[in-house]
Ligand binder design. Structure first.
Ligand code: UDP
Length: 238
């Protein structure tokens, strides 16, 4: 399967058309960004790690009955995915407090959130991705009421599977971001799941192996990502 025209160039990923109108190629670059794209760097080898980690997690989700756009990896830095119409939403699931919820609600970090919290943000760089209520989503007609429920349900199902997967690897899934699209009239999990989009702490500690190392200049980013992959592979079913 070969790349045709460029459909979408994101800050760190590119989506390419293929000869099959229902399939695309998602390509991971070595770029890392934070703070609305203001902080950026190139970390050689990062794209390959993210591709491998995302593929492994999408495969685990599929095994657990949670579908996504992922079909298979294509070489080191790319994956073949089902084509979907991107919804302008970032869906965040939180199991513990960290990051923006602490700043927004004046909470300390590392407080358990039970049941897990699902938040919707407007994927809009010019507006800095504002938090959306359910009524905002209806007002903007971003998704239907049924799609909203479907996305929330899928996000919680992803959380259940990923929490267990990471726990078996000795990692705590603190929070993460998902994106969804529409494919053949249904809601479909798309994008990536990786240490760029998850907070992952070594179990029983707040030692971070994820993008917070880059955000806070608090350690070797690639070493953290490599450790996430190795831990996941250590528990991989043969
Ligand atoms: N996240 C992401 N992309 C975004 C915003 C957040 O992948 O544009 C992830 C982030 O890595 C974390 C979770 O979503 O795992 C929650 O992020 P938060 O709202 O706390 O924002 P932050 O403080 O990280 O900017």
């Amino acid at each position: 399967m070969h790349k045709k025209e460029l459909l979408h160039a994101g800050k760190v990923k590119a989506i390419w058309a293929t000869a099959d109108p229902d399939l695309c190629i998602a390509e991971f670059s070595d770029r890392i960004t934070a703070g609305d794209g203001l902080k950026k760097a190139d970390l050689p080898g990062k794209g390959r790690l993210l591709n491998q980690i995302s593929a492994l997690l999408f495969t685990r989700l599929a095994e657990a009955g949670v579908p996504s756009h992922f079909i298979r990896t294509l070489g080191d830095n790319a994956m073949l995915v089902r084509k979907a119409q991107l919804l302008p939403l970032e869906v965040i699931v939180r199991n513990r407090t960290a990051g923006s919820i602490c700043r927004r609600l004046g909470l300390g970090p590392n407080i358990r959130i039970e049941p897990p919290l699902v938040e919707f943000y407007y994927k809009n760089d010019a507006l800095h991705d504002p938090l959306l209520t359910r009524d905002h989503i209806a007002m903007l007609a971003l998704v239907t009421a049924g799609e909203y429920e479907e996305i929330k349900e899928q996000a919680l199902a992803v959380n259940q599977v990923l929490r267990k997967t990471f726990a078996e690897a000795g990692l705590e899934l603190v929070d993460f971001k998902l994106e969804f699209g529409r494919a053949q009239g249904s809601i479909l999990l798309i994008d990536e799941i990786s240490p760029d989009t998850c907070r992952l702490w070594i179990q029983g500690t707040t030692a971070s192996l994820d993008k917070d190392r880059f955000r806070n200049d608090s350690g070797d980013v690639l070493a953290g990502y490599r450790e996430v992959l190795q831990r996941l592979q250590g528990t991989a079913k043969q």
